[in-house]
Design a binder for this molecule. Structure first.
Ligand code: 8LH
Length: 464
């Protein structure tokens, strides 16, 4: 077996390590090794993490005892695929019964170093308790992935996402700090902040930028309103997580064109921090690679939770390989993607999600027997001339029929929109394969996202 760099559980990385400046890889062996050999190293690690979780949490012990699943039995990936998945509902229940971190914490509550949480817009929020040592390991992993994106020590990284419960900003910052970058934790979401961000970006000219994709487009709009060309910020790398966008072709090209920077998609789930374990690289900038030696990513059938073959679509299921606090073992994401295994131009031997994560299973619009992804509408509209930059999708039931209304902004003045409405409405309809009622509204009238966009309003009784 090839000697992998710093491969142990519990994990502790050398905090002073930096790769050879000429190397595109942080850990050349781990990143470019034969995938079968990597898998052979991961399998006993999965068992080890399960043994640890079984010994340290009544959550996992009870869950696995109930189905007679023992960590020692995990001697093949086929056996691992039968480990029952963890759902968000189970975590909420565990935290209600064992507040505040649930009985899957696995470390002493006093050893929790960072507390984050879900926004809790739909029900009780979930608390994330991350140990000090885990936080260091997360920073190391993110530094390694940022290195893969082409970010280097001394680069200035502008973090333009919410700094509160949201783990995205903190995780990006921890990685950039470990990489010895200069971090500007700018944040987002407060009144007037976008225009201040434009000012700071123009003055500081950072190299790298992190946000949600919809917020980057918002920022470009505000810059243009202020007569500043976002290309003057001089950004080289823009990395995004939190929602689909960076892998939606027209959204991606709109960001690339506005800022003149390389767009990188990354991100799994807050529970899965180091959430950048699915990430593109400088040499493979499209889609996302699955850094299988950091987090074990499976793409599964959403009903059986067995992995689907490469080339097929399914839902991501994630397992931590290095976390000791709240380790997630087969966390069901409820998202949708497709995975492939092919030669990556960057030389990393990881599987890839060529179209990123397209969206959540729950957000897919089921209308008259067809499935529509909200990102398809975004992708279409971004390619249309005179589109004003924002839209809404309204689904309602009229009589016994479901109706989809797309309301999009246009830069055209009223009275000169009939051609726009006609060509966009019929184009969208044939692109999606469902009937669409198309309406146009003035530019800059629909709400812009400061964080993750919410463009779908489903008014149907049965989906409420
Ligand atoms: C994505 C993506 C992506 C997340 N493409 N959909 O940002 C990463 C972490 C911190 C995060 O956003 O966690 P959170 O708030 O738990 O949300 C996770 C969900 O966000 C995930 O299940 C996806 O639906 C979505 N998401 N990154 C597409 N690059």
């Amino acid at each position: 077996m090839t000697q992998m760099e710093e491969w142990a559980f519990p994990t502790r990385y050398d905090q002073d390590y930096l790769p050879d400046p000429e190397s595109p890889y942080w850990f050349p062996v781990r990143e470019t090794m034969d995938p079968e050999e990597r898998d052979a190293a991961v399998l006993p690690r999965l068992r080890e993490v399960m043994e640890y979780a079984y010994a340290n949490s009544s959550f996992y012990k009870d869950k696995w005892d109930a189905v007679d699943c023992k960590p020692a039995d995990i001697t093949s990936f086929e056996a691992f695929e039968q480990v029952p998945v963890v759902t968000k509902a189970e975590m909420r229940e565990s935290q209600a019964d064992h507040p505040p971190f649930g009985n899957y914490l696995c470390i002493e509550p006093t050893d929790v170093h960072h507390i984050h949480g879900t926004s809790g817009t739909t029900g009780q929020p979930t608390a994330f308790g991350i140990g000090r040592r885990d936080w260091e390991v997360i920073a190391d992993n993110h530094a390694r992935i940022l290195w893969g994106m082409g970010v280097r020590p001394g680069d200035t990284v502008f973090v333009a996402a919410l700094f509160s419960l949201y783990l995205g900003s903190w995780g990006a910052m921890a990685g950039a700090e470990r990489l010895r970058c200069r971090v500007l934790p700018f944040g987002a979401g407060a009144q007037g902040m976008t225009s201040r961000a434009v000012n700071w970006l123009a003055r500081l000219k950072p190299t790298a930028f992190y946000a949600t994709p919809s917020y980057a487009l918002r920022l470009a709009e505000v810059a243009e309103q202020e007569k500043i060309d976002p290309r003057e910020f001089g950004l080289k790398v823009m990395f995004f997580s939190g929602e689909p966008g960076a892998s939606v072709p027209k959204v991606r090209s709109a960001i690339e064109e506005a800022f003149g920077a390389t767009v990188i998609d990354c991100g799994t789930m807050a529970e899965m921090t180091p959430f950048m374990s699915a990430s593109a690289t400088a040499g493979t900038p499209d889609g996302m690679l699955l850094w299988q030696d950091i987090v074990w990513h499976e793409v599964c059938d959403p009903e059986t939770f067995r992995t689907v073959p490469y080339g097929d679509e399914g839902t991501p299921v994630y397992t931590h390989l290095e976390r000791t606090s709240q380790p997630m073992i087969r966390l069901a994401s409820n998202d949708l993607t497709r995975w492939v295994m092919e030669d990556n131009p960057c030389g990393r031997t990881y599987p890839k999600l060529p179209q990123g994560v397209y969206g959540r299973i729950d957000d897919m619009i089921h209308i008259r027997g067809e499935n529509v992804y909200p990102t398809e509408v975004d992708n279409y509209l971004r390619g249309v001339d005179d589109y004003g930059g924002e839209h809404q999708i309204i689904v309602r039931r009229t009589g016994s029929m479901d109706e989809m209304i797309v309301r999009a902004e246009t830069t055209l003045p009223e009275g000169q929109r009939s051609d726009f409405e006609q060509r966009t409405g019929s184009g969208l309809q044939s692109f999606l394969g469902v009937r669409v009622t198309f309406e146009s509204v003035d530019a800059n009238t629909l709400e812009r996202a400061e964080h993750k966009s919410r463009r779908v309003v489903d008014e149907r009784e049965h989906t409420r």
